[in-house]
Design a protein around this ligand. Structure first.
Ligand code: DUC
Ligand code: ZN
Ligand code: ZN
Ligand code: ZN
Length: 485
């Protein structure tokens, strides 16, 4: 079997930085140490050799708001690799009433085009006996240990608290982790109607309809419901101080809650919605919306201190034409922005480049932490003997200006257009295959494989003081009065 050696670089993991060569054979790391040789050599002089990025939050070719997101598993995973990301986790999304297994079949069909490895989260978009039953097959047979719940998108994807509580309890039984899109969907729907009635129909009203409070309230509610169900919880796209505060407080109280800021929320602010060009503003409409600097500072602090664990993208790309469906009514602008190709360079530039994150923290929040949370560590997220050779050889001196004109994504713009990044892949390897070399993608459709994720063996059943609720004790009484007296 032909071998490769990544030579002369500095291995950077979530806990260590050290000089070593890395030898790869059969798609796996087989040796780490000085002076290694192999059939092929990749020069890593001056570079960091890091675990490839894992983006745990993408929506590729997703049916949403009357259309489909425009990056599929072909363009989406090419974009991922180009930016140093070697695995994506996409959301299999049943339409309300549709079975979970049927939705997985649809996602299996779409994902045959993938250029890098991938996995799925299962979305719970409705509740009933069929969903309850199929959840077991999803976990035990399909290798999916995460279930996503939308507290927003009323009348479409939203689940109510009773449904969420039932699903969380089912997750606890099965050793699965619930994920939550935390925004108060009732309040958002009311604010949307109020804004429209007052004549506010432009993209800026999207942000007004989803203030940080709707996120803070829902995040706290989701965490409390998870605690009562006896299951950890993962809050996707944490964008505000209020949501971060709820997660921070919960963690300090012994509750296992995780938070996932997006690179967009870390680096772009709500002034984008006030841009005089309608297209500019609409292209940035996503939920939750971009926030102001106070919230951005909170998210950066959370990543540095460990109260927030993961940086993702929620990559859900719509073309300008798709966005224009919402002219005259902001509630009809398809929600979503891209970011897969730019997450790692943007986080390096604005995080490591500014001193907000160390290189080791960068690896933790782009790869290792999520590999652990999803139960795929150390197959993924590690530079260790036996791990998959999903590796990015990172050149901290390589620079570019982000532009839609040379991106992999299929859409006609980039929300980071004009941003100058310093820190880019020299090589991206997916299970040992060199998929990117100095900015050039060598595509191989179908190279990507589905990564099965085992259920959690030890779900923490007693998360906090609420443990009494999962084991109620009946009070024995000496007398009971006759009824109706
Ligand atoms: N938010 C978005 O902006 N797009 C997809 C789904 C979501 O929750
Ligand atoms: Zn969401
Ligand atoms: Zn999403
Ligand atoms: Zn420069």
């Amino acid at each position: 079997m032909a071998s490769k050696v990544i030579k002369g670089g500095t291995v950077v993991t979530a806990d260590l930085s050290y000089e070593a060569d890395v030898k790869i054979e059969g798609g796996k790391i087989v040796e780490i140490g000085p002076n290694l040789s192999g059939d092929e050599t990749l020069d890593a002089a001056g570079c960091y050799v890091m675990p490839g990025g894992i983006d745990p939050h993408t929506h590729l070719e997703m049916p949403f708001m009357g259309t489909f997101s425009s990056d599929n598993f072909d363009s989406g995973t090419r974009a991922a690799l180009s930016g140093g990301t070697t695995m994506v986790v996409d959301f299999a999304l049943p339409s309300p009433g549709q079975g979970l297994l049927e939705a997985i079949q649809m996602w299996d069909n779409k994902s045959t085009m993938a250029h890098c490895d991938y996995s799925f989260h299962m979305a719970i978009t409705w509740w009933g006996e069929q969903v309850f039953n199929e959840m077991e097959t999803v976990v035990r047979e399909k290798g999916i240990n995460t279930f996503k719940h939308f507290m927003a998108y009323k009348g479409a994807l939203m689940v109510n608290d009773d449904e969420m509580f039932a699903s969380f309890q089912r997750c606890a039984e099965l050793g699965a982790l619930p994920l939550v899109h935390a925004e108060n969907g009732d309040v958002v729907a009311t604010l949307q109607q109020k804004l429209l009635a007052e004549g506010n129909n432009g993209p800026e009203a999207h942000a007004y309809s989803r203030p940080p409070e709707v996120e803070g309230e829902a995040t706290n509610r989701a965490i409390m419901i998870a605690d009562m169900a006896g299951v950890p919880v993962y809050i996707v796209h944490t964008s505000s101080e209020q949501a971060h505060e709820a997660i921070r407080r919960a963690r300090q109280n012994g509750i296992r809650a995780y938070g996932e800021p997006l690179i967009q929320h870390l680096t772009l602010d709500d002034s984008e919605y006030k841009h005089s060009d309608w297209d500019h503003a609409a292209r940035r409409v996503m939920s939750p919306p971009f926030r102001d600097k106070k919230h951005q500072d909170s998210l950066w602090a959370g990543l540095a201190s460990g109260s927030l664990q993961v940086v993702a993208t929620d990559h859900c790309a719509f073309t300008t034409d798709q966005k224009r469906t919402g002219i005259g009514d902001f509630t009809q602008i398809p929600n979503g922005t891209g970011g897969l190709e730019d997450r790692m360079p943007m986080l390096w530039t604005y995080g490591v480049g500014t001193g907000r994150l160390t290189p080791n923290e960068f690896v933790a929040v782009t790869s290792t932490n999520i590999a652990k949370i999803l139960n795929i560590y150390p197959k993924k997220g590690a530079i260790l003997v036996g791990a998959d050779a999903d590796i990015v050889v990172w050149d901290p001196e390589k620079e570019k200006t982000i532009s839609a004109s040379n991106q992999q994504s299929a859409i006609d713009y980039n929300v980071f257009e004009g941003k100058h990044v310093k820190g880019l892949p020299r090589y991206t390897l997916t299970r040992g295959r060199v998929a990117v070399e100095d900015g050039t993608v060598n595509p191989q459709q179908g190279h990507g494989e589905f990564v099965k994720r085992e259920p959690f063996q030890a779900v923490n059943k007693a998360l906090s003081t609420w443990k009494e609720l999962t084991a109620p004790r009946k009070v024995e009484r000496t007398g009971i009065p006759a009824s109706g007296v």
